[in-house]
Design a protein around this ligand. Structure first.
Ligand code: SF4
Length: 458
């Protein structure tokens, strides 16, 4: 999972993209980068490890005042967690043409494309995607036509931004519509970001989302909109609603915060627990906890303090996750001491965070801890861009029952949201829910093989 941004703003595109990336920081913290089209006909990229603000020095050194820019924040799903591999935007050249790519998604068949089509060994799906677009450009001599061919070759998910030295910005979404991407054009400026909330935050009220398979090209004076001819079943990632997107983001015309509140209401509406307070796991469990409280009438209180200067544990390399949880959360003793608590979280993936939180809460005096999860048990890996690639890493994977999970995490009781309730909460009849059901929108995936391809040792 990553975040992408792009802007055409006279002399000021870098500032806009920088601000958009700050607003998308929750989508990736491993590296950040910005590429610009220069007046000299080049495309240059500046990439730094870590947070977006760490780009500042490098941008200042380059002193760029470009009209065109694209940017990227990275959370890797293939290749290494180490900075460098797969960091974006990646710049390539083909004859006189230069272009940069920033993409959010995961190319499942990147090794096959690498071997069979590109005849070279590439270590990351980003490198394969950019080399593939380059090869297609060689055949079609047009960036939009090249991108139009992707659904016939690429299996997986992508929302992408390309910047060429023509100069031109091209945005595209895969035909399933897995990942969010929205843009705005007011007749002067053309601005795009992975999440609509990033556009809202910089003062853009009017924007629209790309439809699945849509390609939007902007050359500085006009927009051209085309659609990939291939059709797929609309399958937006349900995890964007559950955890990944910001609550103030709108994805497929559904506000994420409203969907999460509804998840909590549905979870609470089917529950009969007797407890003193509801404690959300901050921050992503908060909207669902509000809904759960509304449905049950149990008061909600802040029982866990979160250190806001530590990033999202789930999107950090596994080797860092345990230490981070201890530093990140501290209970508010008067809220929880001697109380029966309903601890509400958005999801359980590896179970590392909730297990430690339960221990910490008990140590600080909580009497009973009933865990409620506002999504169904995650039993299958995701190959479309979220980093839970093998069944054995998943706490509810490998045939474990809900009672098994309850025992492993040390809760007094555990309940999950039903799969059907995700449809009700979002109001969408078509969603990707493969990590819950094992039914992948992309057909004929060999899960055993893919687990080996995407499993990463750190
Ligand atoms: S498998 Fe799960 S995480 Fe992956 S795209 Fe589908 S819903 Fe999202």
């Amino acid at each position: 999972m990553c975040g992408i941004a792009s802007a055409y703003v006279a002399r000021n595109a870098v500032r806009y993209v920088y601000n958009l990336l700050i607003e998308l920081q929750h989508r990736g913290q491993e590296s950040a980068g910005i590429a610009v089209a220069t007046e000299g006909g080049e495309v240059k990229s500046v990439v730094a490890p870590g947070y977006v603000h760490q780009l500042l020095n490098r941008l200042a050194i380059d002193g760029v005042f470009s009209d065109y820019a694209i940017g990227h924040v990275r959370y890797s799903t293939t290749g290494s967690y180490i900075y460098g591999e797969g960091s974006q935007p990646v710049v390539v050249k083909e004859g006189e043409m230069r272009f940069a790519l920033a993409f959010n998604g995961n190319i499942i068949n990147y090794m096959d494309i690498s071997r069979d089509l590109l005849k070279k060994s590439y270590r990351s799906d980003t490198s394969v995607l950019v080399e593939l677009i380059k090869a297609l450009y060689r055949d079609y001599r047009d960036l939009v036509e090249a991108v139009k061919q992707l659904p016939y070759i690429v299996r997986g998910s992508y929302s992408l931004a390309l910047l060429s030295n023509e100069p031109r910005i091209v945005l595209a979404k895969d035909t399933y519509g897995f990942k969010p991407l929205a843009y705005s054009y007011d007749g002067n400026s053309f601005i795009a970001a992975s999440e609509s909330s990033a556009l809202d935050s910089i003062g853009i009220d009017l924007w629209r989302e790309l439809y699945p398979g849509e390609i939007v090209s902007f050359d500085g004076s006009s927009i051209e909109i085309t659609k990939a001819e291939r059709r797929s079943r609309h399958s937006p990632c349900s995890f964007e609603y559950i955890y990944f997107s910001r609550p103030d983001t709108v994805f497929n015309n559904v506000e994420v915060h409203r969907a999460r509140i509804r998840m909590g209401e549905l979870l609470g509406g089917r529950d009969d627990i007797d407890a003193d307070i509801i404690v959300p796991v901050p921050d992503s469990g908060r909207s669902a906890a509000i809904g759960y409280s509304r449905a049950t009438g149990i008061p909600i209180d802040e029982g866990l303090m979160r250190n806001r200067y530590i990033g999202r544990g789930f999107i950090m390399p596994p080797s860092q996750r345990d230490q981070i949880i201890d530093l990140k959360y501290n209970p508010i003793r008067t809220s929880i001491s001697g109380k029966n608590i309903v601890l509400v979280d958005d999801s359980l993936i590896r179970g590392t965070t909730i297990r430690r939180l339960i221990r910490i809460l008990r140590r600080k005096g909580a009497r009973e801890i009933h865990v409620r999860i506002a999504s169904p048990p995650i039993r299958y890996p995701c190959f479309m861009g979220i980093d839970f690639p093998t069944r054995r890493e998943l706490i509810a994977g490998g045939g474990r029952s809900i009672k098994d999970v309850e025992r492993i995490i040390g809760a007094d009781s555990l309940k999950y949201l039903d799969v059907e309730d995700l449809h009700l909460a979002t109001g969408l009849c078509s969603l990707c829910m493969a990590c819950f059901t094992g039914r992948y929108p992309i057909k004929d995936l060999n899960i055993d093989r893919l687990e080996k391809v995407f499993y990463r040792r750190v």
